[in-house]
Design a protein. Sequence first.
Length: 78
Amino acid sequence: PIGGLKEKTLAAKRAGIRTIIIPKQNEKDLDDIPKNVRKEMKFILADTLDEVISSALRKKGSAPVTRKKLPGRSGAMH
């Protein structure tokens, strides 16, 4: 989880950012953000770094990228 979600969100809004990717563990902290600000922002909840990267690199309006496992690979980094 991250700290200071409200402050980071308000700073992002002032900078013109309208989409924010946050850890799913911070979902409960969204209630701390003023309702009018939440309405203007899009929050993407992510569990893994793969989800963060996929969301960040997705073109506007495109479907999410899904990761396929290769046969014989465990997915672990070596």
